[in-house]
Design a protein around this ligand. Structure first.
Ligand code: ADP
Length: 535
């Protein structure tokens, strides 16, 4: 039996025919688990940093995703190994809590596991390693807090927020336009933020996209965007002070529920039938008009005849609006969803400052934008791009940037990136380890070494010599006493991350350290993997 890995780094076990899979126990189990977890981490290592590579993942049904986001890559890798799944969860929890740093956390966990493996080989008990790591983690987190800077922003001066969002976006596909994208993310968060309570309800920010145009065309709409257009070409394209009725009943005469046969034998009856139908439509249009509405939003479609009548009566209408969007409109505009024409009253209408149909470039695509809604500060970021993959990745990157800005509003302390924070922590842990007289000292040193993996990976991914760069940055930090000297990934000619404006949030970095340590501790504690079918 042998444990091998496929080209995606997914571990699998090859067994000779007829051989029973052996259950691994004790040290063997720990080593096999570490191997499996490490292979996952190695996949992400090359994705770290502003010059990190992207991964192309293809799903079983042939859908292709290109991403640089750790959580997305692991999610799509369909990892089967139980231990490797823990790392997928690790990245997911970083994503849920913080929203950014999902690659970094896995790279760190991988580095810690690599160190743990060497220590296990040296005969140190797994729990002593875990304890040492935990102690080191506490020291590193404290170091981060003391090396952090808090910065002030105000509604008028959001530049620091934009700078931090730009650091997040710099490693993503959108880095060509990272300044406007960062600005959009900050504007979106500021539009919905509650600065007094220091909280942001991210549900109010909808990120939507449509293929076509360029990334530069991405825009922030202070309202709702719906992928629909007016049902008739000649209807008004812009309605100021819109009063809309939101209908879930179709614009058509009632239909008998069971099958009926209607025989029309002469022209007269046919005309009568047509006239009755027309009257029905007219009644409906009049009812809507009588309620004071100047826009119809309908969940269902309407007949050509009804459409024509609506147009004739200067009543713009939108058809086939999905249930979710209908609710969104109702909530934002303060309207009520009306299931029957007979229930339509003026107070059930929703209001909005302006509803307009916007078209994009030369394409025929049109969308409906509802702005100035009384009940909601909801905003929509509308992403444009050449193809679906770019749009999806841009949406994910914007999500990261939005989360970072939200984190800063919650806690405005920042730490410097480019591996400088990790080097500073590594030095602090190294110094503290000398004062520990037990075996944990070795584990703490190993933790310090593992922290150096992040700057090394950043340097390696930027085409620099990792060991040379790390030594130089470390020496500079010690000589100058500045914890913000890191790896100059972008070749700007300075290691000073403060000057380069590479910021990360303090809570994000602290979370990375503690989550990675926790998961490594968990993996080290497992000494037996029991699966169905094994004895
Ligand atoms: P994650 O998914 O963990 O956020 P990224 O691929 O975004 O991973 O890489 C983040 C790392 O890249 C951080 O350590 C950050 O400090 C570093 N980084 C980002 N921009 C720069 C830059 N301009 N120069 C140096 N390092 C940078």
């Amino acid at each position: 039996m042998s444990l091998v890995f496929d080209e995606y780094g997914r571990p699998f076990i090859i067994m000779r025919e007829g051989q029973q899979e052996q259950r691994l126990k004790g040290l063997d189990a720990q080593k096999a688990n570490i191997q499996a977890a490490k292979s996952v981490c190695n996949v992400l290592r090359t994705s770290l940093g502003p010059k990190g590579m992207d991964k192309m993942l293809s799903s079983p049904d042939g859908d292709v995703t290109i991403s640089n986001d750790g959580a997305t890559i692991l999610e799509q890798m369909h990892v089967g190994h139980q231990i490797a799944k823990l790392l997928v969860d690790l990245s997911r929890s970083q994503d849920n809590e913080i929203g950014d740093g999902t690659t970094g956390v896995v790279v760190l966990a991988g580095a810690l596991l690599e160190q743990a493996e060497t220590l296990l080989d040296r005969g140190i008990h797994p729990m002593r390693i875990a304890d040492g790591f935990e102690r080191a983690c506490t020291i590193a987190t404290e170091m981060l807090a003391s090396a952090s800077d808090s910065f002030e922003y105000s509604v008028g001066d959001v530049e620091p927020l934009v700078q931090t969002a730009m650091t997040t976006l710099s490693s993503k596909i959108v880095n060509r336009v990272h300044r406007p994208m960062a600005q959009i993310a900050v504007d979106a968060v500021m539009a919905v933020a509650d600065l007094e309570r220091k909280d942001v309800n991210l549900d109010l920010i909808k990120v939507d996209g449509k293929v076509g145009g360029k990334l530069e065309d991405t825009a922030l709409v202070r309202g709702i965007v719906i992928d629909k257009e007016m049902s008739h070409q000649q209807m008004a394209k812009e309605i100021v002070d819109a009063k809309m009725c939101i209908l879930t009943c179709p614009f058509e005469p009632p239909k008998p529920k069971t099958k009926h046969k209607l025989e029309v034998e002469d022209v007269e009856t046919y005309r009568e039938l047509l006239e009755t139908e027309r009257q029905y439509f007219l009644d409906m249009v009049h009812k809507v008009k009588a309620s004071g509405a100047n826009l119809v939003i309908c969940q269902w479609g309407f007949d050509d005849e009804a459409n024509h009548l609506l147009m004739q009566h200067k009543l713009p209408a939108v058809r086939w609006v999905g249930g979710v969007e209908l609710e969104l409109i109702a909530i934002a505009t303060g309207g009520r969803i009306v299931p029957r024409f007979s229930e339509l009253t003026p107070e059930k209408l929703g209001t909005a400052g302006i509803v307009k149909e916007v078209s994009f470039g030369t394409t025929k695509d049109r969308m409906l934008v509802i702005e100035g809604c009384p009940n909601s500060r909801a905003v929509t970021i509308f992403v444009r791009g050449g193809n679906r993959m770019i749009i999806d990745e841009a949406k994910r990157s914007l999500h990261d940037a939005i989360c970072v800005v939200r984190n800063l509003i919650r806690d405005n302390r920042i730490i410097y990136g480019g591996g400088s924070a990790e080097i500073a922590c590594s030095l602090a842990v190294q110094a503290a380890s000398d004062r520990v007289g037990t075996i944990e000292q070795i584990a703490m040193r190993a933790f310090a070494d593992a922290l150096e993996m992040v700057p090394m990976a950043l340097a390696e991914n930027s085409g620099l010599n990792p060991i040379e760069e790390l030594s130089a940055a470390k020496a500079a930090q010690i000589a100058e006493g500045k914890p913000y000297l890191g790896i100059d990934c972008m070749n700007r000619g300075t290691r000073d991350m403060k000057a380069q404006g590479v910021f990360e949030t303090l809570i994000g970095k602290q979370q990375q350290l503690s989550l990675a340590t926790q998961v490594v501790r968990m993996i080290l504690k497992i000494d037996d993997v029991i699966q169905p079918g094994m004895q």
